[in-house]
Design a protein around this ligand. Structure first.
Ligand code: PMP
Length: 441
């Protein structure tokens, strides 16, 4: 596709998300095709996908089985009302998700995105306590440096200042646990860091401050992705689980990026051996192909409504596209692909090679820390004092020119390739990052 870079006004109408539109439109980067591990750019180049799109195309791109399932469903049943009506594919997908979920997760509420999954889980938490006669539990607890999407609940419990500051007072009654990024203690860690489990004890402080009977839920990402890939310190998630259980507080894991094989297990909850009361998911559920998310809950959470007072018999929440037939078909074909190709196991198998390649960047110019888990990697760069984030963003642009897609958040390069990545592609990805960093000021 020819693109005249001299006429950026051709691109004017689309107000792009999380993008400096003026800069982008002056020098646009467009993808026009994709296959397996590669994107094709508008100027005809192949770009190796080091990020699985946005942590979502876990099976790689344009997989025929998923494409065909979508085409078939679109021709057969395009849409069914989501309320008071159903269709078989949504029920089948719910069962299939539960088949691979941690023991104890038994029900699925469908949404259209990670952000909607988060809003849904927070609302379920509040209504759950009400259904059980504990309506005083209205407080929500998130974590500094947490990312839970962009809707009001998500930015309230989230801990990214730039995502919050333009949008008023947000939800009332929200507290944040401290983040667990301890660079001095945990630098160059492979997998889970040694230090920081005690940071979960801050939850006891909040319980003492407000009273457990006012707190509905705690939400954290098992691995915080968007704020620089922060792995949970050893023992941290276990502590959170123990404290929430002790005080009757629901624990929600936001598994939007860690779900569907990214750590080498289906979900990070299984990888770390800690089961929450609810899990939020999206992205890899449909391989990123059709927007869809899902909240997973225990029977206890779900049954509070089924067995609760008559006025709570339904949640009074849902979306026109909850469990949409085409999204459900995409989800089923995606889970088939993961299973048939053993992609979660493949991720676990290749993870040590990935970790070695990534940590070989220690000593490369500007690199001050490296972290990894499963097929996740982060390379933290020394920030330029007067222009934080600039160095990492320059690395992203230079890597793109050299045919490799990486992502940056602050001064951290974050990578999360599709789970089908081969060893020589890992070498290309890491080799290109090395070259780029050595050449940057
Ligand atoms: N939660 C987490 C942990 C995420 O990483 C993301 C997206 N990166 C979201 C929620 C929001 O998902 P979406 O962009 O689909 O709304």
């Amino acid at each position: 596709m020819a693109l005249d870079r001299k006429t950026p006004n051709d691109l004017a109408a689309f107000w792009m998300p999380f993008t400096a539109n003026r800069q982008f439109k002056a020098a646009p980067r467009l993808f026009v095709g994709a296959k397996d591990m590669h994107y094709t750019t508008h100027d005809g180049r192949q770009v190796l996908d080091g990020t699985a799109g946005l942590w979502c195309c876990n099976a790689g791109h344009c997989r025929p089985k998923i494409t065909e399932a979508i085409q078939k469903q679109a021709a057969e049943l395009d849409y069914a009302p989501a309320f008071q009506m159903g269709h078989p594919a949504a029920f089948e997908l719910a069962n299939r998700v539960i088949d691979i979920a941690p023991d104890g997760m038994e029900h699925v509420f469908f949404t259209n995105s990670g952000s909607e999954s988060v809003e849904t889980a927070l609302k379920i938490a509040l209504a759950y306590h009400r259904a059980r006669g504990e309506g005083s539990r209205t407080r929500l607890i998130g974590r500094e440096r947490g990312y839970h999407g962009v809707n009001f609940g998500g930015i309230s419990v989230g801990g990214i200042v730039t995502n919050r500051k333009n949008f008023g007072t947000l939800l009332a009654g929200v507290d944040h646990l401290p983040h667990t990024h301890l660079p001095d203690e945990n630098r160059w860690t492979r997998g889970q860091p040694e230090h920081g489990a005690n940071l979960a004890d801050d939850l006891e402080r909040l319980v003492a401050l407000h009273g457990a009977d006012t707190i509905a839920a705690v939400i954290v990402e098992p691995i915080a992705g968007s704020t620089g890939v922060i792995m949970p310190p050893k023992g941290y998630l276990e502590k959170l689980r123990a404290i929430t259980r002790k005080h009757g507080i629901l624990l929600i894991f936001d598994e939007v990026i860690t779900g569907f094989g990214r750590t080498g297990a289906a979900f990070a909850s299984q990888f770390y051996g800690v089961t929450p009361d609810m899990m939020t998911t999206a992205k890899g559920l449909t391989n990123g192909v059709i927007p869809m998310g899902a909240v997973l809950t225990t029977a206890e959470v779900h049954d509070a409504f089924m067995d609760g007072p008559e006025h709570m018999i339904e949640l009074f929440h849902g979306y026109t596209y909850s469990g949409n037939p085409i999204a459900s078909a995409a989800g089923i074909a995606t889970l088939d692909t993961y299973k048939e190709e053993g992609l979660f196991e493949r991720c676990a198998e290749i993870a040590p090679y990935w970790a070695d390649a990534l940590h070989s960047l220690k000593g490369t110019r500007h690199v001050i820390d490296i972290r990894n888990e499963g097929l996740i990697g982060a390379i933290e760069l020394e920030p330029i004092a007067e222009a934080p984030t600039k160095r990492a963003f320059s690395a992203f642009l230079a890597a793109y020119e050299k045919g490799v897609l990486i992502r940056t958040t602050g001064d951290i390069i974050a990578m999360s390739p599709p789970l089908i990545i081969e060893k020589d592609q890992i070498d290309q990805l890491i080799g290109t990052v090395r070259e780029v960093l050595e050449s940057l000021d």
